[in-house]
Design a protein around this ligand. Sequence first.
Ligand code: ARG
Length: 463
Amino acid sequence: MSQDKQTDKPWGGRFSEPTDAFVERFTASVSFDQRLYQVDIAGSIAHATMLGNTGILSKEEATQIVKGLEAIRDEITSGDFEWSISLEDVHMNIESALIAKIGDVGKKLHTGRSRNDQVATDIRLYLRSEIDSLSEAIRQVQKGIVNLAENETETIMPGFTHLQTAQPISFAHHLMAWYEMLQRDYERMQDCRKRVNICPLGAAALAGTAFPVDRHMTAELLGFDKPAANSLDAVSDRDFAIEFCAAASLVMTHLSRISEELVIWTSAQFDFIELPDRFCTGSSIMPQKKNPDVPELVRGKTGRVYGHLVSLLTLMKAQPLAYNKDNQEDKEPLFDTLDTVNDCLKAFANMIPAIKSKGCNMRDAALKGFSTATDLADYLVRKGTAFRDAHEVVGKAVAFGIIEGKDLSEMTLAELQNFSSDIEDDVFAVLTVEGSLAARNHIGGTASEQVSQAIATAKKNFK
Ligand code: ARG
């Protein structure tokens, strides 16, 4: 820095007094954007390489810059780097360190570039690799679910609507519904990745650059699918991060719904499953307690991820083109979304395979609540009664059962025949929970043959 400068900022030339100390802290992002250092340096290396290959810088200069950047990356990785708030953000911290390390040639790195295209590139690179690891984490949870389901195709439980007993299903069928929810989440991540993987470099501040940059080269060096088509759009929009947070919110919606079921099922009133002690905690006052804290916390953390989505939507909504400093606020919501979803998926990947089903309790529950009432109605339809009339007949039989304290399968043939003379001895086969399951033997149905098929399809999908 020259002696007569009033500020030590890389942009300080036109300033006549130092930045106010509060403003310095208020505008700095280095405390949270330093996690971008790897991708920031990767982006700078690609940019410098392109500058060297196009003759904008000499090969020699580009090589010096690349070597310097690599050395700085190692220093940061080994904890040997001092971040400075007065250098505002990750980009200027690294650029200043480069100049300190390799001298004046370091000042040439920023040729044909702005922090605006730099930061947009960084976030995209960072998010791309996070999407890849998050997708893999979704896969791990799915694998746990499918492995669990494999042993549960004959385990009968009540299926619910309105949390009231509806019809018997297999536990595996329920588990495979979770698999499908997560499969869409996985696909959404893959789809979102396509719009993340576009390279802003070369857009510079907003209008592009007067240097003969090769945007295809930088895009290719960084593994992007292509350069962004419009320079204003490239530096300003964060819709790709919003889209990711929307997809992440749906992951959390699904994890939260699953959590809710785990919480209900581990209660003494349901007692359908057991979670191992290592995923639960106790109460400081009630000695008998074993609380499903992990699923509860996942359910709770869903709220903050939704909050981050709304933060980013609101951040973007009134920004005129192109870059505005508002966009610096994109990072914390995005990073916390990534951290939260990763942790929740990790918790699930560990917890799901450890679930122990209590098949007897599930079956007992399926026997309560007239879960085969629809089967009786269907039976009457097959004997020639119209469905609406059959519904009425079975409703009357259920009312009788409630008074007598008997399930449909526990009534005598004579009792059943009071409601319809079409009922014959063969009725009892359809009134069992096993019969009810077996009858739903079509694609997507709960019959064990179909669920096994769904499991096999899922396993192929993992390959
Ligand atoms: N720290 C800034 C951000 O995160 C980098 C871009 C700054 N650009 C600027 N024109 N002030 O958005």
